[in-house]
Write a protein that binds this ligand. Structure first.
Ligand SMILES: [Zn+2]
Length: 311
């Protein structure tokens, strides 16, 4: 039984945004993709998918499940009305911390830092200054030239400078340094008021409740949006439990909830922990159409929206 799980992130009109360089599905593309889905697939609900993974029910041919990551305000403003108009359920995976604490995820900080300064070399220079500062404060870091040699490389999507900034802030630097450097660069290039920025970027608890009240579903996406697969079991359990408390706050039932692993990062410990807690469905970022006979219910692959036609 095959299931196309479509993965969305930003859905917004760049022209109307203060950050047109942020890569997003435009509303026009999104509408076109919904038309394509309507013509070629049957949109199914999380409950149908969960039942099918247990063999309790069959999915229709060409089943499609729509998933939206990261809890963006885009999802409330742009996605929710269009899905509601078609009578479709969308599944929304929101990290708790940005919404409860007004913090911007590092992954989003990187998007907006890059979208705020067209000359990537200026960001690289500031990154270098911040790294020297961290080194003076005692952080154990490799020589700058080592980082450049490893991470400033060619790829087909980004310039070497942009790729360097992304890789350094995603994984090159030790975590504590990464967080503080991200914060400094964000304050300098994007906004000094992180909480105000977060309130424009992410949806609120009330908006999530409104969506749930109108037939949408919410699932877990971690508390702090961490690489679960690189945390020890105790830290994973803590993050998952805090994210579950957040789902309770939204009114999500404790049975048969679903999780989308942040960054697609998970391991066997993660799968065991969420299964023990009654999780029915786990979403990865592995690319592909899911086959419920082959893929475990807690390790489902998805199809990135960039691969979906618009008509
Ligand atoms: Zn995410």
């Amino acid at each position: 039984m095959s299931l196309t799980i479509v993965m969305y992130h930003y859905v917004r009109d760049p022209a109307l945004s203060r950050y047109p360089a942020v890569k997003a599905r435009t509303l026009e593309t999104f509408r076109g993709q919904l038309d394509h889905i309507a013509a070629n697939y049957e949109v199914v609900t999380a409950a149908q998918v969960a039942a099918a993974t247990r063999g309790e029910d069959d999915l229709p041919d060409n089943a499609c499940w729509l998933t939206f990551d990261d809890g963006y305000l885009d999802h409330y403003q742009n996605v929710f009305p269009l899905l509601e108009a078609r009578g479709w359920e969308g599944a929304f995976f929101a990290p708790a911390r940005p919404i409860l604490e007004g913090r911007v995820l590092d992954v989003n900080k990187i998007h907006f830092i890059l979208a705020s300064e067209a000359d990537a070399m200026k960001i690289v220079e500031e990154l270098r200054r911040q790294i020297e500062k961290a080194r003076e404060l005692g952080a154990e870091l490799r020589p700058w030239d080592d980082y450049v040699a490893e991470y400033m490389t060619q790829c087909h999507l980004d310039t070497p400078e942009v790729l360097f900034i992304k890789l350094m802030l995603q994984k090159g630097l030790p975590e504590a340094v990464r967080n503080s450097v991200c914060e400094e660069l964000f304050a300098r290039f994007v906004s000094a008021d992180e909480a105000a920025f977060a309130s424009e970027l992410y949806l609120s608890v009330d908006q999530a409740r409104t969506m749930i009240g109108s037939g949408m579903v919410f699932g877990g996406h971690g508390y702090a949006h961490e690489w679960l697969g690189s945390l020890d079991a105790e830290a994973q359990a803590r993050d998952i439990d805090r994210s579950l408390e957040f789902l309770r706050l939204l009114g999500v039932p404790a049975e048969d909830w679903s999780i989308c692993y942040p960054y697609g990062s998970y391991n066997q410990t993660t799968v065991d922990l969420v299964r023990e807690r009654g999780c029915a469905l786990g979403l990865t970022t592995r690319e592909g159409v899911a086959d419920l006979g082959r893929d475990g219910a807690l390790e489902l692959p998805r199809v990135d929206t960039i691969f979906l036609p618009t008509a």
